[in-house]
Write a protein that binds this ligand. Structure first.
Ligand SMILES: [Ca+2]
Length: 379
């Protein structure tokens, strides 16, 4: 199988989309102060900076999480699957350079959400806590001191198919910063969640996912846990289900068919997000570990981490670097989305690594949580 042509498909950062917005609506003078700050090493966060991380990031306020863990002691495993620990070969020799070297990793057993987190589940969290996602918050003037107040507009990044074929080296051709886009309005103010309760929540940043996980008494998976779980106990296969993309002509994940990004032939039945669990699970009983939406992991992204990763329960590097966008620290996302094609990002392979700035929400990125043991009690 041929390799994807670009080393960093779908990677995005907010300031580029602010730039796109500028180009579209002619607000250059208005928004340029935001850009200059965003583009720097300590790209501006709109939010508070937690201590001890050594870089500009934000974390949910303690008060936002005060409703946490109202959990029945026996209920937290509901909807979760026990992933028995084990040793596996992480990475792939046939994928991107950052998937190499293939290396042996051992992870302890853990529980993992059977499905990607849905809109209706995220709504329970928001109702209980009053939490506002990053895309819903107005950028703070103090973080953008040079920006005029009218430029500080909440919003998020939305996949917007172009009318015709476009070169694949410029993702600005299909991603757009949309004021008013957020998890309740994934494609912008005119969209809503009616009938989409069982679809995975999107337009949630890494910080939003972390806030949810804390409230639920769970955590985000490490990158190693995610890949181990996605392989379903089956070694070194190209896909979660085997080595053939469409065995017996069947599509086994919600991905993109046809000409990306303008012509989706819908052979798998879905244009964008599908209700979770619309495709068969892997051998651990996990759904949508390939396709549907990218899923946030806990780890920072480093392209060469595999060469020096600890062998047991790796927690990711202490810092981040993306050669395609130096200076912007990114968290790992995994699993690919409804936008993935073999010709472009091939992201629905268990070995494929993606990375996104932790303050960024996207219309194809969500998450699922994990929790450490104990294992299920045998009757
Ligand atoms: Ca997925």
């Amino acid at each position: 199988m041929s390799q994807p042509p670009t080393p960093n498909p779908h990677h995005v950062s907010p300031w580029k989309f602010v730039l796109a917005l500028v180009a579209v609506v002619g607000l250059v003078a208005l928004i340029s102060p935001l850009l200059s700050k965003k583009a720097g090493r300590d790209y501006a966060t709109r939010y508070d900076e937690p201590k001890g991380l050594g870089h500009a990031v934000t974390a949910p306020k303690a008060a936002e999480l005060s409703a946490a863990a109202n959990l029945n002691e026996h209920s937290w495993t509901n909807g979760m699957v026990w992933i028995p620990g084990g040793t596996f070969q992480m990475g792939s020799e046939e994928g991107q350079p950052d998937e190499k070297p293939v290396h042996e990793i051992t992870v302890d057993g853990f529980w993992m959400d059977r499905y990607e987190l849905t809109n209706e589940e995220f709504e329970k969290f928001v109702k209980a806590t009053g939490y506002a996602t990053i895309a819903e918050r107005k950028p703070k003037q103090e973080d953008f001191p040079d920006a005029p107040p009218e430029a500080l507009v909440p919003g998020s990044i939305v996949f917007t198919p172009p009318p015709g074929e476009v070169p694949l080296h410029n993702h600005m051709a299909w991603w757009r910063y949309v004021p008013g886009a957020n998890w309740r309005h994934p494609e912008g103010p005119d969209s809503n969640l009616k009938g989409r309760e069982k679809q995975p929540v999107v337009q949630v940043s890494w910080f939003d996912a972390m806030a949810y996980a804390k409230w639920a008494g769970k955590r985000l998976p490490t990158e190693a846990e995610w890949e181990f779980a996605s392989r379903g106990g089956r070694e070194k296969l190209t896909y979660t289900w085997g080595n053939e993309k469409t065995p017996d002509g069947k599509w086994l994940a919600n991905i993109w068919q046809g000409q990306f990004p303008n012509g989706n032939t819908l052979q798998d039945g879905f244009k964008f997000q599908a209700p979770v669990g619309s495709f068969p699970p892997n051998d651990y009983g996990l759904y949508d570990m390939a396709g549907n939406v990218w899923e946030w992991c806990a780890d920072w992204y480093m392209p060469d981490y595999y060469a020096k990763s600890p062998k047991r329960n790796p927690q990711g590097p202490q810092e981040s670097y993306d050669p395609n966008e130096p200076g912007v620290w990114k968290r790992v996302t995994r699993g690919g989305s409804y936008l993935c094609t073999e010709a472009y990002c091939w992201g629905y392979r268990p070995a494929m690594r993606m990375k996104t700035s932790p303050d960024t929400g996207l219309s194809h990125t969500g998450f699922r949580c994990v929790r450490s043991g104990p294992p299920p009690v045998k009757p």
